[in-house]
Design a protein around this ligand. Structure first.
Ligand code: BG6
Length: 614
């Protein structure tokens, strides 16, 4: 999952490339590099580690040139070293490539190149591309024709950027399959490529999204497109409304904290325009093409998502079964895609993915489609692969989520799944107008309630500081709060690196109790819902074994203080929307534990914002 940028125009390319990489740093960051055309050849600067190391390398050996490409790397093939950093160049250092994805047949392609005398300098799969291009360019081909001769031979996922001093003033970008995206940005007398929007926003909002099997030829004054089998292609231009400020930190210490605090706004945005004021019916825009008859005929729904999105899928199951009476199951995409799943004729797959580029989720979508399912994608990123692979799309509309650990996208997913369940119920007659009105009123009130919970941040920060030294944590939940327990544990582990696990309260006696002692704080979600008594008895089991309990309870719960060591309180709301509220204190708790431990909260070690390779 790497970051790609490119510039061709009349300005000095290097600061523009580095600035773009800075905005993509969250995508992958164990090494970085740039290649710039200068005096008829290419100058390369690369560095291991954070982007600042590349900035130092460029400062020590300045570059000048107005055409270039740049890359931040999250290693797949080859250790994260300077030698393995992109861009990679051919033997004569006149052609360079940057790449996101995996070339699965690179060894087969490399052997004959080595035998023919090509000198490889890295362990990466990527490097075979530039030596294959070298041979094609040696025959006098234009860069795009050399690319069209080479790229169809690559197997696997790849998004690429190419430049060559043999065909100066040009960038060729291509997307071979469902690797991370490639976007072309249109400027005035200059043009750009990037793997996603934050790298482009300060320069342009007019863009085209490359689809799988497509190639772009980009010069300072012209952009044209081909399919990978060489046919001319016309691509529409889209205007993206995200402004640069939105993608900046807005004064918060981390994107993570900014995005936790953006949740009231994000939820208002995701609700916007989705409830008809006059009828109270939930409506989606033209991106949802499923007819009411198809909704009424749905026999079954399977929800898929990775990581945090997978937890949203678990909540979605409760919502859809409760409100629409449609049997639901939840699948882990990386398992589903290889399981030869049974797809019921006419069933729906709901694929939940913030980035729209998670390779396992995309593969699960394609697998289900191949078996006859209809696919609806719940996605944040406009123009991402999931939006092209799906039959129906519901956008989260939360604006860019930069922090690797998801927050506002998660609560927006929960609200959209809540809306979707009502939408299904209204069309299937399982939710009457009065019940709809009550449910929707709670959704519109949610931003206010989240604001109130965010107001408790100082209390949660103090709690986090008291427990930041723990080595293990357990999160307990039941019913619709079981996914909340899983999400709370994931937030804590991915941000603080503390071992944390979430479990269903009823599972305590089947093994988990063996873990309980005074060293492992237990966070219990004990809201006044139908399983409240059960979770209180779980709390008693923990206390009986000298465990420490942090209870998440309702404002007006007088009893809980007698059962727990610590109590965090949230306002009452409808049980079905409450997971979107209950998770907020857990997000703040995880953030402050991680910050207190001195972690790089926006870019946790070993993780990436979207995993676009297996
Ligand atoms: C992980 C991210 O890599 O992918 C998580 O770190 C995210 O935050 C998961 O939940 C799934 O990503 P997406 O984009 O498919 O929702």
């Amino acid at each position: 999952m790497c970051g790609i940028v490119g510039y061709v125009g009349s300005r000095d390319a290097t600061p523009l490339l580095v600035g773009g990489l800075r905005r993509l740093e969250y995508r992958g960051y164990d090494s970085a590099g740039v290649a710039v055309q200068q005096n008829g050849k290419l100058e390369i600067r690369r560095a291991e580690g954070k982007l600042d190391n590349l900035v130092t390398a460029v400062a020590q050996h300045p570059l000048s040139g107005s055409v270039g490409i740049g890359h931040t790397r999250w290693a797949t093939h080859g250790r994260p070293t300077e030698q393995n950093a992109h861009p990679h160049v051919d033997c004569g250092a006149v052609t360079a490539v940057i790449h996101n994805g995996i070339i699965e047949n690179f060894a087969d392609l490399k052997a004959p190149l080595v035998a023919a005398g090509h000198r490889f300098t890295s362990e990466t799969d990527t490097e075979v591309v530039v030596h294959l291009l070298e041979d094609e360019l040696a025959k006098g081909a234009l860069l795009e024709d050399a690319a069209l001769a080479v790229l169809p031979r690559l197997e696997g996922a790849a998004a690429l950027g190419l430049i060559s001093a043999k065909d100066p003033g040009k960038i060729v970008a291509a997307r071979i399959s469902n690797a991370g995206g490639v976007i072309v940005g249109y400027g005035q007398g200059e043009n750009f490529i990037a793997s996603d929007m934050p790298a482009l926003l300060e320069h342009t909002r007019s863009v085209s999204f490359l689809g799988a099997g497509e190639l772009a030829i980009v010069t300072a004054t012209a952009v044209s497109f081909r399919t990978l089998d060489g046919k001319p292609l016309t691509k529409e231009r889209t205007t993206v409304t995200w402004d640069p400020v939105a993608a900046a930190k807005s004064g918060y210490r981390h994107f993570m904290l900014k995005e936790i605090h953006e949740q009231p706004r994000a939820i208002s945005d995701t609700l916007l325009g989705r409830v008809e004021r006059t009828t109270g019916r939930v409506v989606f825009d033209e991106n949802v093409r499923m007819t009411d008859d198809q909704v009424r005929a749905l026999p079954r729904i399977t929800l898929v998502g990775c990581g945090t999105a997978g937890h949203a899928a678990l909540v979605g199951k409760y919502l859809i079964e409760r409100l629409a009476g449609i049997p639901c199951d939840v699948e882990i995409p990386s398992e589903y895609r290889y399981r030869e799943p049974v797809v019921t004729n006419g069933q729906l797959i709901v694929a939940i993915t913030q980035s729209g580029e998670t390779v396992d989720t995309l593969a699960a979508m394609h697998e289900a489609k191949a078996r006859g399912a209809r696919v609806l994608a719940l996605v944040n990123v406009v123009g991402s692969e999931a939006t092209r692979a799906a039959d129906d799309v519901i956008y989260l509309h939360t604006g860019p989520e930069i922090a690797v650990a998801s927050s506002k996208a998660y609560t927006a997913m929960l609200v959209d799944l809540y809306l979707f369940a009502i939408y299904l119920g209204q069309r299937r007659g399982t939710v009457d107008p009065e019940r709809s009105r009550q449910l929707l009123a709670e959704a519109f009130h949610l931003p206010t309630l989240i604001d109130a919970v965010l107001g408790q941040e100082p209390k949660l920060k103090a709690l986090a500081y008291r427990y930041h030294g723990a080595r293990d944590f357990l999160f307990l939940g039941r019913g619709i709060q079981y996914p909340t327990a899983l999400e709370g544990a994931l937030k804590l582990k991915e941000l603080s690196y503390i071992h944390a696990e979430g479990t269903a309260g009823g599972e305590m006696k089947h093994g988990i109790n063996a873990l309980i002692d005074e060293h492992m704080p237990v966070v219990a979600i004990a809201l006044r819902d139908p399983v409240y008594r059960k979770i209180v008895s779980n709390i008693a089991e923990v206390r009986a074994r000298a465990g420490v309990v942090i209870a998440l309870a309702h404002d007006d719960d007088e009893e809980i203080a007698g059962h727990a060591d610590e109590v965090v309180r949230i306002p009452r709301t409808n049980e079905l929307i409450s997971p979107a509220l209950a998770v907020v204190p857990l997000q703040l708790f995880a953030y402050h534990v991680a910050d207190r431990r001195g972690n790089d909260v926006d870019q946790p070690r070993n993780l990436a914002k979207a995993v676009t390779v297996e």
